[in-house]
Design a protein around this ligand. Structure first.
Ligand SMILES: Nc1ncnc2c1ncn2[C@@H]1O[C@H](COP(=O)(O)OP(=O)(O)OP(=O)(O)O)[C@@H](O)[C@H]1O
Length: 276
């Protein structure tokens, strides 16, 4: 399989008389980790669902390579938690796996000891490891992870990010990762896409957090593990989806060439690497 696994071009979703997200250009190649960041409601999950073909774009295109095998770890699961369900059965809920496949995947994510545990009694970090095991057991070409570190503490976050990188290396798959955290993005990310109803800016998080404060916060890590990706907005997003620009004008949406931005092509959102 050569070429990008999935390509979005000018893709947008329109619902209830407004664009949830618009003009998204995004590509994920095999072996690549692409991270979407942005505030709550900025369209990250909607964009991921377009990439997964769960939602069809109302404008633009989404192309996926032939016979693409996808695994998706959603932000929320609809499971009746009053029913007893152990990890082994949970692993088999959506795809039939052999005992060996289950063992291998749980071992790879450091969750082998949890095989007989009740899913509802797992801690946040344990649950995420089981979710990752379930997703990787299918050996996908493209793995889409929506907020994989929710409910996980800082140390756990770092180990889950490391795990995601290992899964990428082992399976050689492409990974589309979603995080609402604007500040912490793993250095293993090849591309960061900042969404806020549209692509605000994108780039490569190459900087390394060098300060003692970071080391204190995240523990004694290789400096290359964490990077900080910051940007400043030059416009406000109004509750009805319209955009108010720095010059006071209001438009339905914003594009890099709409005359309100002088800093092309980054949409005049300053894309700064913090070398703190
Ligand atoms: N089916 C739908 N119909 C109407 N509005 C929707 C629909 N799905 C999502 N939205 C709205 O679209 C916007 C973007 O939602 P989305 O879930 O993509 O955001 P997100 O960036 O993933 O947010 P979060 O960080 O909170 O998970 C939100 O305002 C949401 O309420």
């Amino acid at each position: 399989m050569s070429g990008p696994l999935v390509t979005l071009k000018g893709a947008g979703v329109y619902r209830d008389k407004r664009w949830l997200v618009r003009g998204v250009d995004l590509e994920v190649a095999r072996g690549e980790i692409v991270t979407m960041i942005g505030p709550n409601g900025s369209g990250k999950s909607t964009t991921a669902k377009m990439a997964l073909s769960i939602i069809k774009p109302d404008e633009g295109t989404v192309q996926r390579s032939d016979n693409l095998k996808v695994s998706y770890v959603p932000q929320k699961l609809s499971i009746d938690w009053t029913m007893p369900l152990d990890v082994r059965r949970f692993m088999n809920l959506t795809s039939k796996l052999t005992a060996g496949q289950i063992d291998d995947a749980l071992t790879a994510t450091g969750a082998a000891h949890l095989k007989k545990a009740e899913v509802r009694s797992l801690s946040g970090g344990e649950f995420q490891r089981v979710m990752l095991a379930r997703a990787m057991a299918r050996r996908p070409d493209l793995l889409v992870l929506d907020e994989p570190v929710q409910g996980v503490d800082f140390a756990g976050e770092i180990s889950i990010y490391d795990l995601i990188k290992t899964i990428r290396d082992d399976l050689g798959c492409g990974i589309l990762l979603i995080s609402h955290d604007l500040h912490i993005v793993m250095a293993a990310t090849d591309k960061v896409i900042c969404l806020n109803g549209h692509v605000c800016c994108q780039g490569t998080p190459t900087s390394v957090a060098k300060s003692e404060a970071y080391k204190n916060l995240f523990g004694p890590r290789n400096d290359s593990t964490l990077a900080v990706y910051q940007h400043r907005h030059d416009h406000d997003h109004l509750p009805d989806g319209r955009v108010r620009h720095a010059d006071g004008t209001v438009t339905d949406h914003c594009h890099s060439d709409d005359g309100h931005h002088d800093d092309k092509p980054s949409h005049n959102h300053l894309n700064e690497q913090n070398h703190a």
